[in-house]
Design a protein around this ligand. Sequence first.
Ligand code: ACO
Length: 329
Amino acid sequence: MNNLRPVGIIGTGKYVPEKILTNSDLEKMVDTNDEWIVSRTGIKERHIAAPDQATSDLAYEAAIKALESAGMTGSDLDLIIVATITPDSSFPSTACILQDKLGAKGAAAFDLSAACSGFVYGLATATSFIQSGMYNNALVIGADCLSRITDYTDRNTCVLFGDGAGAVVVGEVPEGRGFKAFDLGAEGAGGSLLNIEGGGSRLPASAETIENKKHYIYMNGREVFKFAVRVMGTATIEVLRKAGMDRTDVDLFVPHQANVRIIQSAMQRLELPEEKVVVNVDKYANTSAASIPLALVEAAEEGRMKAGDTVLMVGFGGGLTWGASVLVW
Ligand code: ACO
């Protein structure tokens, strides 16, 4: 990527809904307890969208802030990518709904489905479009309302998820800065470990699919855990290799926020000290595509990166998929 036009992040914004669901709230809903949730996952609370909020509403709030911080308006955008597994509806895409709301007249707009890796997939896609010269400014958003596809009678999953959105404007940056490498991948054979079976063309929504709860997330937690620990390590090492760097070059590690134990195993493998790792899973839980941008934007707001710092983002999710990137801030 070294000889191409330098492309990086030029604006950031985030949004989480007001309502907070704590572990003690969940204790009243299913057979669980705060000690189990915190020790197994690191999660203390999560934000839940109001009944009248859909994914595009969360994405819009984050997008407005990202545009403002880039000193832009919707009309400056050429491309909008929304990474999500909870679109407002099958179609039109959530990106098209946003394109209209933001006044991004004529901008290309599409949704991207790579679950929790979606934001990094979106960054790679936008970067490629801009490096090729096809577009100049792209809005990349990770947004999900997992509460809408979570079974709140299933203690195996309902304690894990939350709602939110993170947005960045991607555009040309000064020489030496920007994205240095991406590593994207998938293992489709593991698709059934983490999925929603009903509501698509294979098993259309019916009274039966609803009765059998096929419209909710199914997850084989132990197998996903093993996959996550493996690919967080391998993808990180691979993306650093592609960037011509090693672990000592990393100033800030921004992992997908699914489970603090998965983050800790990656930290140990890379021998990264705590102060170089962003962890906010305790406040937001797993927000799928929103997880990495929420962590990145929060770190930026807290002043945890300065110009020239090397930021490594890495995530994994349904598909199964993974995505990692090296960015010079
Ligand atoms: N409260 C209390 N007990 C519970 C709860 C709960 N909320 N949930 C499960 N348990 C019980 C189980 O039933 C099990 O009991 P049993 O032994 O009697 O059957 C026991 O706790 C232990 O269960 P394990 O599955 O061994 O627990 P584990 O330590 O593996 O933790 C967890 C489970 C947190 C789900 C873990 O496996 C995990 O984080 N997996 C990865 C999840 C993930 O990262 N998903 C990301 C993708 S999400 C996406 O793409 C949208």
